[in-house]
Design a protein. Structure first.
Length: 448
């Protein structure tokens, strides 16, 4: 064990790994603590296995598209177990790649948990201690559980990736990313899905595009209920049933997915003993440079109150390491205009301000451009749904402060437009750009 590392990182998820790798590149000794698998939630219970499911859903739809345009072979069911094995091989390869890189970079990986006993001292599970002048908390978050009767009869998002078979009848309780993504993916793969949410889906995304996504989900067969207040679950002879304060009994279902948010993994870190400030839910509070209120203690990723996205954790960790060890005292992540995509069916992406937020900040100076159209691949196969794109602009020079895209390809096309927005994009810059035809992305430069 490294006697005196320069840096201790608690957690080997995306943020912790990024911090450790960058610090090691600056020539410092790093100890990385985590009893779990390398890559954390993103690799094992989030982004990566979810995106594999999303691809499977796209391929299922593509099979039907092929038949619709003249191919002879009909779509077949997914061999769920084979798919799980293929996905797991891919994930195992990522884990092994991380392990090799840690060894190559000289990062000491300690497969134990740790807790603070002083601001510069961590006690490991086996009772030994490590000391460093700089310590980074990157322990992530986990699915939230509720004290509802029968909650244990359902599953949380982590459990979806351990399913041995696809549930035939599924209820998803909640209205966030997990709901919007799994509803479309599992419906496409053969589940009958009902969403039970309160008031709206995807808080924080542009309301107009969210309504359009809901319409597309419903057209695909997903039943969406936005006037729901589930208060209990119980098992009946015909399956799981939910007690809803608004609608009474709902069901039966073969499975229930609770998608009711996430909570930070901070309660076992001994933060109170050294005075690290947290909010009422346990998120570690940091300033814009990822510093806590205790000198030498920092935090990145989902354990903080910052935007819970893997690239955010990675970028914050790298800049923190640059500042602490790379001779870049001003290095810090700019949290403005972070792009985000929901891998729904179809995907929904945004960067910048929603129309609602822009009008709240800029009032009558807001100008909105929008376009609706049927993507070519849908039109060819007889699907009548529409993509929706929206530009939110401000001022006489029509500076673009928000870009919103719903439809096939949104996940890939938004990245480049996000760069442009970050650099001060104006509507006239889009007007002056020659379109790529035929494509969906061209609609963003052709809006009148």
């Amino acid at each position: 064990m490294t006697p005196n590392p320069d840096l201790i990182v608690l957690g080997a998820g995306s943020g912790g790994l990024a911090t450790a790798f960058r610090a090691a590149q600056h020539g410092v000794k790093v100890a990385l603590l985590d009893p779990g698998a390398l890559g954390g939630t993103c690799v094992h219970r989030g982004c990566v296995p979810k995106k594999a499911l999303w691809f499977a859903a796209q391929w299922a739809q593509a099979q039907q598209f092929a038949v619709d345009v003249g191919f002879a072979s009909g779509p077949g069911p997914l061999d769920w177990e084979r798919f799980r094995q293929v996905r797991q091989r891919y994930i195992d390869a990522i884990d092994q790649s991380y392990a090799r890189r840690l060894k190559e970079d000289g990062v000491q990986l300690i497969r134990q948990a740790g807790r603070f006993i002083a601001a510069d001292t961590i006690e490991l599970t086996d009772g030994s201690q490590l000391q460093a002048a700089q310590i980074v908390i990157a322990t992530g978050a986990r699915p939230r559980t509720l004290a509802l009767p029968g909650f244990g009869l359902g599953m949380v998002s982590d459990d979806v990736f351990t399913l041995q078979s696809l549930p035939r009848r599924l209820a998803i309780v909640g209205g966030g990313y997990v709901t919007a993504e799994f509803a479309g993916l599992l419906q496409a793969l053969g589940s009958d899905v009902e969403v039970l949410a309160h008031e709206r889906l995807l808080e924080g995304f542009d309301a107009e595009l969210v309504r359009a996504l809901q319409e597309l989900m419903e057209a695909q067969g997903v039943r969406v209920n936005l006037q729901s207040a589930v208060r209990a679950a119980h098992r009946g002879a015909d399956g799981l049933r939910l007690d809803d304060a608004v609608a009474g009994s709902r069901g039966p279902y073969d499975a229930v997915l609770w998608a009711v948010g996430r909570v930070p993994n901070s309660e076992a870190l001994g933060l109170a003993s050294i005075g690290v400030a947290t909010d009422e839910r346990g998120h570690v509070l940091t300033d814009a440079k990822q510093d806590t209120n205790v000198k030498g203690v920092h935090a990145v990723g989902d354990v903080t109150v910052r935007k819970a996205l893997t690239p955010v954790a990675v970028a914050a960790g790298r800049r923190l390491a640059d500042r602490l060890f790379g001779g870049q005292p001003g290095a810090q992540l700019d949290y403005e205009n972070i792009p985000s995509v929901v891998f729904s069916k179809p995907p929904l992406g945004m960067v910048g301000l929603t129309e609602e937020a822009a009008r709240k900040q800029h009032g009558d100076a807001v100008i909105v451009y929008r376009t609706r159209f049927t993507p070519m691949q849908w039109a060819l196969t007889g699907i009548h749904g529409q993509s929706l794109m929206k530009l939110v602009c401000v001022g006489n020079d029509e500076r673009v402060v928000g870009i919103h895209v719903l439809g096939p390809g949104a996940d890939e096309m938004l990245q480049g437009f996000a760069v442009a927005l970050k650099l001060g994009l104006r509507k006239c810059d889009l007007d002056a750009t020659v379109a790529i035809h035929p494509s969906s992305a061209e609609e963003l430069v052709l809006m009148g």
